[in-house]
Write a protein that binds this ligand. Structure first.
Ligand SMILES: O=C(O)CCC(=O)C(=O)O
Length: 262
């Protein structure tokens, strides 16, 4: 099955050995520096709130002393190779929404939890269900260390929850968000692989099987009124930086979605 068909049917696809080791090294070098800064600034929250991710790695605060590295990072994550691959798979114009880095929680007590990404937004579940077929929000996962790190329910991107899934996602009727769900698939990735999955598929992380995790997720998608309003312009290249970006497709569209950039 090709990548388009696999995504259509299952809500995810893996591009094995997509990145060269040198690309992963360069991304890792920048991500490590950002992650170190973030950990210093969020040490207490990391422990007290049992955080499992950080976001907005392109925020200018992470590049105050190395501004050129921000342009390098924008170029590395939006490589011509990746933008072309997504064009071929999805045949729609994508915009760059944000970035996230997933890691293991500080404490082993924290359990992974099944969710659809927008369930933590103010958008009503019924509205999400009704708009599901009009939306395409993606995670493009670039694992920087090997992981069995994400588990998902194939096909749940095309339909809404079964009764059990709903009970588990919302912890209703004595169910818990970390219960096993039928039909789940645990994804195993090596550095160099790329995993593309729907942000609205039912999914959860896996911490226990991984001694350490470091997965960079690019959040991309087709513009849709429900999600566009969450786009934060601070994470986008500015006018000057745009001049040095080789493949501007995703960033051009993001900037068009921000009223001041029109
Ligand atoms: O990798 C993980 O820990 C969880 C991934 C996840 O929840 C997400 O990408 O929204």
């Amino acid at each position: 099955m090709n990548a388009s068909k696999q995504f259509e049917a299952q809500g995810y696809t893996i591009l094995p050995k997509f990145f060269e080791p040198e690309e992963i090294n360069q991304i890792t070098h920048i991500v490590d520096r950002i992650f170190n800064q973030w950990q210093e600034e969020n040490h207490h929250a990391l422990i007290e709130q049992q955080l499992i991710n950080m976001h907005s790695l392109t925020h200018p605060n992470y590049f105050e002393e190395c501004r050129h590295e921000r342009i390098q990072f924008f170029n590395l994550i939006a490589s011509a190779k990746l933008t072309r691959a997504l064009e071929q798979i999805f045949k729609v114009d994508m915009y760059f929404h944000n970035t996230q880095l997933f890691f293991n929680p500080y404490s082993k007590e924290k359990q992974p939890y099944w969710h659809r990404d927008l369930q933590y937004s103010p958008i009503d579940d019924a509205v999400q269900a009704a708009e599901q077929h009009n939306m395409l929000s993606l995670h493009v996962r670039i694992p920087l260390v090997a992981e069995k790190g994400v588990e998902l329910i194939p096909d749940s991107h095309t339909r809404w929850d079964t009764e059990l899934e709903r009970n588990v996602r919302f912890e209703l009727n004595d169910h818990r968000q970390n219960e096993a769900l039928p039909g789940s698939v645990l994804i195993e990735l090596e550095p160099g692989d790329a995993l593309i999955f729907s942000a609205q598929i039912i999914h959860r992380g896996n911490y226990a099987l991984n001694p350490g995790r470091k997965a960079l997720d690019l959040c991309l998608g087709k513009p849709h009124p429900l999600v566009e309003s969450f786009l934060d312009p601070i994470g986008l290249p500015n006018d000057e930086e745009m001049k040095y970006i080789c493949d501007r497709t995703w960033y051009d569209l993001s900037r068009k979605l921000i009223p001041d950039h029109n």
